[in-house]
Design a protein around this ligand. Structure first.
Ligand code: 13P
Length: 251
């Protein structure tokens, strides 16, 4: 039985004030059941405050990216060691916004996953097709290509600790959600692809769904056999909505 996980990707949103209000609101509203892992991923500059505010609660923390190099002369970059130092356990990698806006390649994501795992961070690896790709019936090809680059670059051994997040690009921030069946179909494909390399890894790997998850559609998605939780954007910025989604993930 895989333990569900709900992660909030704040993207480039927040302030000191919002970090304190949001993280303490989530912490004080968590359900009695501790059957769901909860992760928040604020921008780098708020990680320290997030950690201080989340202290004493079961909320874990993640970053939204990392740099693959050891600390040194890389102006503007953040090393994996720094994320560990500040209390991150997770790191989101290969988000579609990083792929499309910052030209991250499949291979880049594979190297980042390898570095994250080597440094003891748990990668949350994002994959997903654009609307054009879905309409051209190449969803499976795209998702498998993105996943294969991670398996090739980081090795199958990063699973089942590493997570995969299936985020159809057309569903991100659009209010359009994949139907429960559409999401399950791709999740099952992802699990099968991991199983081709290791059945044991596939069985244990948590595969999250992301893309306009809200409290009112979360339960249907999370009831699917291969959907093990969610990676939440907009709805993770409001404590009540994020808590509603966490509730929906309790088995
Ligand atoms: P939304 O939940 O705002 O659609 O964002 C999803 C996402 O990109 C999470 O990483």
């Amino acid at each position: 039985m895989r333990r569900p996980l709900v992660a909030g990707n704040w993207k480039m949103n927040g302030s000191r004030e919002m970090t304190e209000i949001l993280v303490s609101g989530i912490g004080s509203g968590l359900p009695e059941s501790d059957a769901v892992d909860v992760v928040v991923c604020p921008p780098f500059v708020y990680l320290d405050l997030c950690s201080a505010t989340a202290g004493g609660t079961p909320i874990a923390m993640g970053a939204q990216d990392l740099d693959i190099h050891e600390p040194g002369a890389f102006t503007g970059a953040i090393a994996a060691d720094m994320l560990v130092d500040i209390g991150c356990e997770f790191v989101i990698l290969g988000h579609s916004e990083r792929r499309s806006l910052y030209a991250e390649s499949d291979a880049d994501v594979g190297v980042k996953a390898s570095v994250a795992a080597a440094k003891g961070l748990t990668p949350i690896i994002c994959v997903g097709e654009t609307r054009e790709e879905r309409e051209s019936n190449v969803t499976a090809d795209v998702v498998c290509r993105q996943l294969d680059a991670v398996i090739d670059g980081a090795g199958i051994d990063i699973f089942p600790r590493a997570l995969v997040a299936y985020e159809p690009v057309w569903a991100i921030g659009t209010g359009l959600t994949a139907t429960d069946e559409q999401a399950q179909e791709v999740h099952s494909l992802i699990r099968q692809r991991i199983a081709d390399a290791s059945g044991q890894a596939a069985e244990g790997t948590r595969i999250l769904y992301g893309g306009s998850v809200k409290p009112d559609n979360a339960a249907g998605l999370f009831s699917q056999p291969d959907i093990d939780g969610g990676l939440i954007g907009g709805a993770s910025l409001k404590a009540a909505d994020f808590l509603g989604i966490i509730e929906a993930a309790i088995p």
